[in-house]
Design a protein around this ligand. Structure first.
Ligand SMILES: Nc1nc2c(ncn2[C@@H]2O[C@H](COP(=O)(O)OP(=O)(O)OP(=O)(O)O)[C@@H](O)[C@H]2O)c(=O)[nH]1
Ligand SMILES: [Mg+2]
Length: 158
């Protein structure tokens, strides 16, 4: 896993350094990892949640969901999807989990931005707080591709 977010090289753990402060009783936030198949969601999930992980089928389906903890956050790993259009069980499950999420970490393969950002757009349109993790930056460097993360950020959030 090699990650980079909007312009700044980061460790995914740094994405979750500043919990949202509410009252003195800080609510447990649900962070959901979402992305296309094979983009490295489970690598990020394992890195954040470590050894103590629950795996269960989403009720009424054979779709497996993993959940774990990182600090005061609950982290959920979802199956790879290309969209949230309820095209199949994976998309339906992911959509249900996304709706209940406080924060979405959208992992994308930096070599396939055109494909992967279709889902990103859908996630933003769902009104969710989305952080994009640009993964596969080792491959990007190897191919001498330059990604303008600041421009990408501006295109999505301005
Ligand atoms: N080169 C490279 N390989 C990576 C990187 N991140 C993950 N991988 C590899 O990509 C493959 C898929 O990683 P996973 O974490 O299983 O991906 P996923 O998104 O959870 O896959 P699905 O759950 O099947 O959608 C594995 O072989 C990882 O080792 C990266 O940054 N660079
Ligand atoms: Mg996975």
């Amino acid at each position: 896993m090699r990650t980079e977010t909007t312009g700044i090289k980061v460790d995914p753990k740094n994405l979750l350094q500043n919990p949202v402060q509410g009252s003195t009783l800080v609510e447990r936030k649900r962070v959901v990892l979402v992305g296309n198949p094979n983009v490295g969601k489970s690598c990020v999930f394992n890195y954040l949640s470590g050894a103590y992980v629950d795996v269960s089928n989403f009720p009424g389906t054979t779709v497996a969901l993993s959940s774990g903890n990182y600090k005061e956050y609950e982290i959920i790993d979802t199956p790879g999807i290309y969209g949230v259009s309820s095209f199949n069980d994976e998309e339906r499950v992911a959509r249900d989990v996304i709706i209940e999420a406080d924060i979405i970490i959208n992992v994308v393969n930096s070599l396939h931005l055109e494909r992967d950002l279709f889902l990103t757009k859908q996630l933003i349109e769902m009104g969710k707080k989305v952080t994009i993790v640009l993964n596969f930056t080792d491959e990007v460097k190897r191919k001498k591709i330059k990604i303008d993360a600041a421009r990408l950020s501006a295109l999505f959030w301005c």
